[in-house]
Design a protein. Structure first.
Length: 164
């Protein structure tokens, strides 16, 4: 039996680290070179990663609080963990999203009831707050109250910085 080995992670260049740091500082609302702890997951996602909520909770620990301020030095190892998860294929993928939405697509027409989807996303598994979800979903809801999930998935997976 052979075990499949993954290549060691590529080190980030100083330029890449600086670019990540600059992006991190865009979330500094007080000018103290720190961000709110409850923004950690959003920042990691804005930087192009798709960690699960469980991974975010694991790496952030007690810093995942709106009253905690997080420095770049504290955040960078969290980002490295998300980067490693991506390299190992341990983050959500577009196909995962499609499979989840298809479960609720009763008519197999690429649409799901927006109210039902809001309820599911806000109450089950990795919960979202309704206030977080509404601005993301609204542009993709038709006049009948159905979420066009292909558009929605493309939107949230292609340019995470646009969502902020």
């Amino acid at each position: 039996m052979s075990s499949k080995k993954t290549a060691p992670p590529r080190e980030l260049t100083p330029e890449e680290v600086e670019e990540y740091k600059d992006s991190f500082l865009l979330f500094d609302t007080k000018g103290d070179n720190k961000v709110q702890g409850d923004m950690i997951g959003s920042i990691i996602r804005a930087l192009g990663f798709n960690p699960t909520q469980a991974l975010v909770k694991n790496v952030a620990g007690d810093k995942l609080d709106q009253f905690v301020r997080v420095t770049w030095e504290e955040f960078f190892p969290m980002l490295q963990t998300a980067r490693e998860a991506k390299r190992e294929g341990k983050e959500g993928t577009v196909d995962d999203f499609y499979e989840c939405f298809k479960v609720f697509d009763k008519e197999d027409n690429g649409q799901v009831n927006a109210g039902e989807m809001t309820h599911v996303l806000c109450t089950l598994a990795e919960r979202l707050e309704e206030g977080e979800l509404e601005p993301l979903m609204t542009p993709h809801i038709d006049p009948n109250g159905n979420l066009r999930y292909e558009e929605f998935i493309k939107h949230i997976m292609t340019d995470p910085l646009e969502m902020i």
